[in-house]
Design a protein around this ligand. Structure first.
Ligand code: PNS
Length: 166
């Protein structure tokens, strides 16, 4: 009998910026799969607060405590990235129904393009509905988002918005 198979997973996203909700999904994926690559990409339909290099840096800093998690940029298609990395599965978090509709569509397209499977993890209760876009919005309007992001991300958001810590 051979030993357990090593399965590399990719957790893709914009991560603008990475939140505790993302970290919950990444940590749980790291508990299930041998290796996890957090793949920071560019969605051409989105306007970003942080540029590509900043989003990668904040994500790399946030996952530095995990032994089996790395961060890499996606250049081009996600499915090509997965193939280059030898990853067999894409992992995404799902918070509510509209996430599911979007992820279903993306997973079917990605599977049709390359055969790759997607595993959807339900968001943890603590972070159920947190989104980067909402955190950017409330922080912009003066709210404290430190319960939802790492200290480094909180500082980066405040600096980007030209505000000081509350
Ligand atoms: O969930 P997000 O933030 O919209 O995901 C962004 C990202 C970068 C993961 C996604 O847009 C992506 O995979 N971009 C790479 C280009 C690609 O493969 N697009 C088709 C996905 S169906």
């Amino acid at each position: 009998m051979s030993g357990p198979e090593l399965v590399r997973a990719v957790c893709p996203g914009s991560f603008d910026p990475i939140t505790n909700g993302h970290l919950d999904i990444i940590g749980r994926a790291a508990g299930v799969f041998s290796e996890v690559i957090v793949a920071v990409g560019h969605n051409t339909t989105k306007n970003y607060l942080f540029d590509f290099a900043e989003r990668i840096q904040l994500a790399a800093d946030a996952v530095s405590d995990f032994d089996n998690v790395t961060v890499a940029p996606i250049q081009g298609l996600l499915v090509d990235f997965c193939e280059q990395q030898g990853a067999k599965v894409i992992v995404k978090g799902v918070r509510f129904g509209s996430d599911f509709d979007y992820e279903l569509q993306m997973s079917q397209l990605n599977r049709q393009l390359s055969g790759i499977e997607t595993v959807l993890l339900p968001a943890g209760r603590e972070y159920g509905t947190v989104s980067s876009s909402m955190l950017r919005e409330v922080s912009h309007n003066g709210a404290d988002i430190s319960a939802f992001v790492t200290d480094a991300v909180n500082r980066a958001v405040l600096a980007k918005l030209g505000k000081s810590a509350l």
